[in-house]
Design a protein around this ligand. Sequence first.
Ligand SMILES: Cc1cc2nc3c(=O)[nH]c(=O)nc-3n(C[C@H](O)[C@H](O)[C@H](O)COP(=O)(O)OP(=O)(O)OC[C@H]3O[C@@H](n4cnc5c(N)ncnc54)[C@H](O)[C@@H]3O)c2cc1C
Length: 384
Amino acid sequence: MTSNDYIIVGAGLQGGLIALALRCRQPDARVTLIDREPRPGGNHTWSFHANDVPPDAEPFVRPLVSAQWPNYRVSFPGYARTVPAQYAAISSARFAKVLENSGCEQLWNAEVLTVEANRVRLTNGREMTAKCVLDARGPSQVANPTAAGFQKFVGLEIETEYPWPYAMPTVMDATVPQDDGFRFMYVLPFTPHLVLIEETHFADSANLDKSLLRHRIADYANAHRLGRWTVVREEAGVLPMPWSGGGVNLPDSGPLPVGYAGGWFHPATGYSFPLAVRVALAISNSTPTGARQALQQLARRVIPRQRFARFLNRLLFTLVIPDQRWQVFRRLYRVVPDETMNRFYACHFGPVDATRMVVGWPPPISLSRLIYRPEPTPCPSPSP
Ligand SMILES: Cc1cc2nc3c(=O)[nH]c(=O)nc-3n(C[C@H](O)[C@H](O)[C@H](O)COP(=O)(O)OP(=O)(O)OC[C@H]3O[C@@H](n4cnc5c(N)ncnc54)[C@H](O)[C@@H]3O)c2cc1C
């Protein structure tokens, strides 16, 4: 039986970040990273604001970055602007390469059957022990929030004949016709001729009509006169935006759930990168036996912020008329200072930021929703 300081079950975003942070900050620690897939990292583009990365985390995050931009644009009916904040993206391919060269012990094609506080058992019967076992098995492990809206999207990475017209990302283009909640296009120009175009909805239902969204992405690309283009990769996701349940869940004993599996995500965006970085820092600044306490300290700071984000979700999904939700986001980008928005996205905001975000409500409210509140529908597990 192999004995380790750390075993990390799941080599997705969270598991990989923890492994890299440990290589940087505890280079002598014996770390084993396990995943059931043949390669780590899945099929994602993880994007984030530069502000999401504290200075201490830069040494292990920087090598992962596959694209970065000095600013980005947002566009709504009657209002558009360039936001002077750095934006970056990590591709699964780059993530896998960095992780595979990191020097930690790696087991791929290894399905884990049981995860205990100090022991992991694989389906092939192999057992391993560690002082600290981290469960980073991702969204499939999430306890279902009792009520939630959803950020759902399909993205096509395309190679184009003619260049995309903007050098900077378009984080929200909400000038498109609205349907199924707040609808916007999201565009990352990796090069002038290699572009990721995503159609995103902040919707009441988790149903994702991939074929419809693919067609509309094609229409959007054609409207930008890109000439002939071909799809080189596709990604899709349905991320919960809960207004009840779904926060950090840190038990007093047993393996440590981290990443999506532990509820470490931002309820108002469905994104987990900013918290995954902080979890990786907290663990790598501690010891195998002190990791639980380090995460408990972090959870005390995160949980109240998740609660506020769930409150915003409740307003957005239970009160605002679905096809008018875009007005909430136009107002945020118009009147709320960029620093507040940056801290909000990083889930690192304070009471003044929170006040700034809600002053100015109400947005267009549905009277029928106000008078008759439908029972919240339990949501299915988010798709990986
Ligand atoms: C397409 C997509 C794009 C996204 N983009 C962003 C973004 O831009 N920014 C952002 O912040 N968030 C984004 N998210 C949300 C979130 O950050 C991701 O879902 C993120 O990958 C979650 O990280 P994780 O490590 O918790 O889970 P995952 O990255 O899903 O990793 C879980 C890993 O565990 C492995 N695993 C599961 N069960 C077992 C088992 N029994 N045995 C062995 N291995 C197992 C899986 O194979 C997987 O590799 C995106 C989500 C999706 C689906």
